[in-house]
Write a protein that binds this ligand. Structure first.
Ligand code: SF4
Length: 397
């Protein structure tokens, strides 16, 4: 093996906050870690340069991360493979052969959720680190799960406070401080302290309770939902437009489902909820996050959300199926839905204009509903943005 005798330097791609808990686990297992810079334009352009044009955005971002990590000196790349019938199953093989063709000397370690859960992950992490002690592994798992939970608790607070704060940016600042505290913490008690400290600071943020806060559910493809660079920081933009967002896809729940056996789950997982809610619209699972996106939209309507935003990478097969079902749900459940497709060609300004127009429409729809206008008057059409303009959005009520 080419890496024989060389120091193993491990890296993995970014996706939102995922590197914080994963780094804690790998370092506890004794790994030397070297992460690429957070997702940025450079990573995207590298990914685009070395990917087939029709690959989806998450693949291009991952590939860009790998190139940056290898250039910085990493020589062991980690990636997961997951069940489903989308292209994610081919990511690792494609990325590995592309990077080898580019002349990089590295080892790809793939943990495969088809094969196992916690045992598969610890086994592969241990290979990446070239062996790990049992206490270090247990400590790493505990840190991983605890950091995921703490980060999600912080995110939920941020979703609540961002649209309500009087001084713009306060909630964001508290969130960032809390996130770095959790990142720095090397013990379970340290994570708890950092989280509690941030939660206390959230409670001290001055809020305005006079305005009407819209509740919008974000759904769609997993990576795009969780990665602020790739989704143009949509959660922040919506927060500043007076929208409290909600998303069912949270990393702590996802990791619980992926790592722990079902008898250890404390609540119904997203996939199980999705199967309950999607039944009237989808008779079989088509892979990716299609079922979840459909179910989230139905559940949002039934739980009195004001609207739904569906995010999908351009050319994503499962989310293209979702898109074809959403107009029907929007009409039948009387809820405004917008589907936003993103790729490397999408411009931020155009994206934000569409977002603002949609929020405006949702506000009017919500007002019409609160005034008990007949459902037909309040109903909005499903809007497939690549072909629609803000005028269509605004005139559709
Ligand atoms: S769900 Fe879509 S975007 Fe995500 S990996 Fe699969 S095909 Fe690509």
């Amino acid at each position: 093996m080419k890496l024989k005798g060389k120091k193993r330097i491990v890296s993995h791609p970014h996706m939102g906050n995922i590197s914080i808990p994963v780094r804690a686990m790998l370092e506890s297992m004794g790994a030397t870690l070297l992460l690429p810079p957070e997702n940025n334009k450079k990573a995207l352009s590298l990914g685009v340069r070395y990917s087939p044009e029709t690959m989806c955005l998450p693949y291009k971002m991952n590939l860009g991360n790998y190139v940056q990590a290898l250039e910085m000196g990493a020589n062991v790349l980690l990636m997961f493979r997951a069940p489903g019938s989308c292209r994610l199953g081919h990511y690792t093989t494609m990325a590995e052969s592309t990077l080898k063709e580019l002349g990089y000397d590295f080892e790809m370690v793939v943990f495969d959720f088809y094969r196992g859960k916690l045992l598969e992950v610890t086994n592969k992490f241990s290979i990446a680190c070239n062996g790990a002690s049992i206490p270090g592994t247990f400590h790493g798992i505990a840190l991983l799960l605890s950091k995921f939970r703490a980060l999600d608790a912080l995110e939920r607070k941020l979703f609540y406070y961002r649209p309500r704060e009087i001084k713009k940016g306060c909630a964001e600042a508290v969130y960032k401080q809390g996130r770095s505290g959790i990142d720095r913490a090397g013990s379970l008690s340290g994570i708890k302290r950092a989280l509690n400290h941030a939660l206390e600071k959230f409670e001290n943020i001055k809020t305005d309770s006079t305005g009407h806060i819209l509740k919008i559910l974000l759904t769609g493809e997993f990576f795009l939902l969780l990665d602020p660079f790739s989704n143009f920081d949509i959660e922040k933009e919506l927060g500043y437009l007076g929208v409290e967002i909600h998303r069912e896809v949270m990393l702590s729940e996802w990791i619980n489902v992926k790592l722990l056996p079902s008898w250890l789950h404390s609540s119904e997982c997203h996939t199980a909820r999705a199967l309950r809610f999607s039944g009237d619209y989808m008779k079989r699972i088509v892979g990716g996050d299609c079922t979840e996106s459909i179910a989230d939209t139905v559940s949002a309507a039934q739980n009195k959300f004001d609207g739904v935003i569906h995010l999908a990478p351009f050319n994503c097969n499962p989310e293209t199926v979702t898109q074809s079902v959403l107009p029907h749900i929007s009409r039948k459940e009387n809820i405004p839905v917008i589907s936003l497709m993103i790729d490397e060609m999408t411009g931020k300004a155009g994206f934000l204009t569409r977002l603002e127009a949609f929020v405006d429409l949702v506000r009017r729809h919500s007002r019409a509903k609160s005034l008990n206008f007949p459902a037909k008057t309040a109903r909005t059409a499903f809007l497939h943005l690549p072909d629609s303009s803000p005028e269509i959005l605004l005139n559709s009520l």
